[in-house]
Ligand binder design. Structure first.
Ligand code: GCW
Length: 672
């Protein structure tokens, strides 16, 4: 339950660590400052609880740690400009030359809170402050969690219990968990939360619910967290009793303006709306033959006087559009580049289909220079084995963020698109679909806490690397014992690729069972919609397997920049990990290792299985290195994963072999 804020005792704390936690001074008064004080007390009680109490209580005359806003400090050591560059949320941590104090400073209390959390994390993991100090500002402005939480407390694609928002008890009862949630988010730099599902219910915009939303916003504010809501496009009809929701209709526009005014009366710093329109049955501007820009701009205009923003999702596709689903969002949005109001940002999933274990990056990134684009990652593991399968997602996020879109020549990485530097945008954001629920450990699998943690860290700085995040998270969450940290860090780092191997190797995708997406289901032949069946995506037949997205097929490839078209268009140069995403190939096609496609598919499945089994063995050697409760919990989940990796391998290979008609290669186990 304590996540990465365990504050377990440090073995042999250094003088600096002890004195910092023992003698501190915090200047200022606000709710946020109170939170900082409590955090320091909690941390000290844990981190240095092992040291001799008489030493612990000995107060030095001078304070070893000073936490104060820059304006309250008398410091000429750090030039003013350096501090003003920190902006509203940044912080500095440094050792003061003369007084030898550790100083945490910022321009705001929230900056101090972030700086304090960082300092405490450094103390726990045994890092020291570099000579030049630490100057940190978030590279992305809006770092939000998207909760797909319904008002009845079910969570769409949530695998860790029910929603933590207890709408029934709100606003009169404020659960401690809301504070714990806000504190956890603040400790990793998350500054926004979208409380409700994108498949939205307009009721949340009625006074009865706004009162509840306000109560949550009041809890979250001192932690630097703003509240956002999903806006159902048809709300003017459903709760406003208007005959239409046409974005060009004046009454509809006026209704949204009044609604915005009303919301801001409850929540003066309300963040804005997230909208899923014209997708999977959700209403939207298409119902009135209007564009996505018409819809987004109408809401943006309503929020504009109060500084709110619209995060308009690009996940727009329809089974009635005959084109490859991969292409639909790009086709819809690209012509609208530059047509959105300034407080609109387009929220784009990392890939063009849907949060697969591996997906080539979404072609919209970099392709709309006049429009701010934000990243939507899915932290909850809809397609990666839900709660029970360990998949550390940092490598997935990192891979996407580092991809070069080539839109402004080489070096046009996705991280630069979303931090605004590639096309010079000030409005920047990242969304992560939360994996949090009412489970005691928040996320179902203990290791999935790491994905929440990673998301926060990468939203703050999309250039971070996975290995560092894994190491820090392990040390904060479990222990600094390197006999635990090193092997388990490796296990985490390899886990996502392992899942790709036993689920969807070599560019296969969306072959999960229909609807719930747990377990294999490449055989679905007649679901509710052609594009929701697995056969649509793998196209396996006796002649081969894969989705041809080159010129001879759907040509989704043309939505990427030239160098990528060239590289991925050629079966010899496309990275093998994307092979079957873009190419349909005969079973006998030879891959780089000289073996056939069929053999390679089978070998990948087996590799995933072998690794999942090895993880169980490895984890067993960790017994005693961490507490038994978490050890046993993870152990049983790893066993489930290993069993289900076999299920995936057997099911997929049995299914595909009816087309390939080939035997399994050496080293690949037959189904039990
Ligand atoms: O991945 C799909 C999910 C839906 C989800 C949708 C979306 C909230 O299967 O459950 O709906 O994406 O992102 O809108």
């Amino acid at each position: 339950y304590k996540l990465w804020l365990q504050y377990y005792p440090i073995e042999n704390p250094s003088y600096w660590q002890t004195s910092t936690l023992k003698n501190y001074q915090i200047i200022g008064t606000s709710e946020t400052i109170d939170i900082i004080k409590t955090e320091l007390e909690t941390a000290a009680a844990g981190l240095i609880s092992k040291i001799n109490p008489s030493v612990k209580n000995q107060k030095n005359t001078s304070n070893a740690l000073l936490i104060a806003k820059y304006q309250d400090l008398n410091l000429n050591e750090i030039p003013k400009e350096q501090i003003s560059q920190l902006g509203n949320e940044g912080y500095a941590i440094f050792l003061h030359n003369k007084s030898k104090q550790t100083v945490v400073t910022a321009n705001s209390d929230i900056g101090l809170l972030y700086g304090t959390f960082r300092l405490l994390q450094m103390i726990q993991v045994g890092k020291i402050i570099p000579k030049e100090g630490i100057f940190q500002t978030p590279k992305i402005n809006h770092r939000v969690l998207n909760h797909w939480d319904n008002l009845d407390r079910t969570v769409e694609r949530g695998y860790a219990g029910f929603s933590i928002w207890n709408w029934h008890r709100l606003p009169r009862h404020i659960d401690q968990q809301y504070h714990d949630y806000a504190r956890a988010n603040a400790s990793i730099g998350i500054n926004g939360t979208v409380l409700t599902n994108v498949n939205a219910n307009s009721l949340v915009l009625t006074p009865a619910y706004l009162e509840k939303v306000k109560a949550l916003a009041d809890v979250f504010r001192p932690y630097g967290i703003k509240v956002y809501l999903t806006a159902r496009f048809s709300s003017p009809i459903e709760i406003g009793k208007l005959p239409t929701a046409d974005p060009l209709d004046e009454d509809v526009q006026a209704w949204w303006k009044d609604k915005a005014k009303e919301i801001y009366e409850y929540i003066p710093d309300f963040g804005g709306f997230v909208v899923k329109a014209d997708s999977e049955g959700q209403p939207g501007p298409h119902n009135y033959k209007r564009t996505q820009a018409d819809g987004a701009n109408m809401l943006a205009e309503a929020l504009e006087p109060y500084g709110g923003i619209v995060m308009w999702r690009a996940f727009v596709y329809s089974e009635h559009t005959p084109d490859d689903r991969h292409k639909q969002a790009y086709n819809e949005f690209k012509p609208l580049d530059g047509k959105f109001k300034e407080n609109v940002i387009i929220q784009v999933k990392n890939g063009a289909i849907d949060f697969q274990p591996r997906e080539p990056f979404h072609p919209m990134f970099g392709a709309m220079p006049a429009t701010p684009l934000m990243m939507e990652f899915q932290i909850t593991q809809e397609y990666l084995g839900h709660d029970t399968h360990l998949a550390f997602l940092a490598p997935l996020f990192e891979e996407v963020l580092k991809e070069d879109t080539f839109r402004e020549g080489a070096g046009s990485q996705i991280a630069k698109v979303i931090d605004g530097t590639l096309h010079n945008h000030k409005l920047t954001a990242m969304a992560g679909v939360a994996n949090i629920g009412s489970d005691r450990n928040w996320t179902g699998h203990h290791f999935h806490q790491a994905n929440w943690y990673t998301y926060g860290k990468m939203a703050w700085d999309p250039y971070l690397n996975s290995a560092e995040i894994a190491e820090e998270w392990l040390k904060l969450t479990f222990t600094s014992d390197k006999n635990f940290v090193e092997p388990i860090q490796n296990m985490m780092l390899a886990s996502r690729e392992m899942v790709v191997n036993y689920m969807t190797p070599l560019g296969l995708h969306h072959i999960m069972a229909e609807s719930h997406h747990y377990g294999p289901g490449p055989w679905v032949t007649g679901g509710r919609r052609a594009d929701w069946t697995a056969t649509y995506y793998h196209q396996a037949s006796e002649t081969g397997i894969g989705f041809d997205r080159t010129k001879t097929g759907s040509n989704a490839l043309e939505q990427y920049a030239e160098p990528i078209q060239k590289l991925w268009g050629d079966v010899e140069t496309i990275p093998e990990e994307h092979l079957l995403w873009f190419h349909h190939l005969p079973w006998s096609h030879k891959l780089q290792n000289g073996k056939s496609l069929w053999d390679n598919i089978a070998i990948h499945y087996q590799k995933g299985v072998d690794e999942a089994k090895a993880n169980v063995k490895l984890w067993e050697t960790m017994q005693g290195k961490i507490d038994h409760e978490r050890f046993a919990h993870v152990h049983s989940f790893l066993k489930i994963q290993a069993e289900e990796a076999i299920w995936w391998k057997d099911a997929c290979l049995a299914y595909f072999s009816q087309f390939s008609k080939l035997p399994l290669p050496d080293g690949v186990e037959n189904p039990a």
